[in-house]
Write a new protein. Structure first.
Length: 117
């Protein structure tokens, strides 16, 4: 199964920006639909964004539309989540995922994002 390693989390002031990265061990990274979920303290896990295998189709949850951008670099086996205009309610542990054409979804270990008021 593909291994996913996230980076780029941390503490940021409200209104600031962070970029999360997720690098996959996959031999054919372009075969995977990639994306991000998050789990905020005391809340259910929430799908944040996803990107198609080719990278030309993206999807976002309503609360991040216009603020977050997901992208992928197939040459670097990496998917990115650019987060702008961060809000306190964006505070969560963010998880990268990878969906193969067949088989089980792979998950990253999670990375914490804290937005301070």
């Amino acid at each position: 199964q593909v291994q996913l390693v996230e980076s780029g989390g941390g503490l940021v002031q409200a209104g600031g920006s962070l970029t999360l990265s997720c690098t996959a061990s996959a031999r054919t990274f372009s075969d995977y639909v990639m994306g991000w979920f998050r789990r905020a303290p005391g809340k259910e896990r929430e799908a944040v964004a996803s990107i198609s295998r080719s990278g030309d189709i993206t999807d976002y949850t309503d609360s991040v539309k216009g603020r977050f951008t997901i992208s992928k670099d197939n040459a670097k086996n990496t998917v990115y989540l650019q987060m702008n205009s961060l809000k306190v309610e964006d505070t969560a542990v963010y998880y990268c995922f990878a969906d193969p054409r067949t088989g089980l979804r792979a998950w990253g270990q999670g990375i914490r994002v804290t937005v301070a008021s």
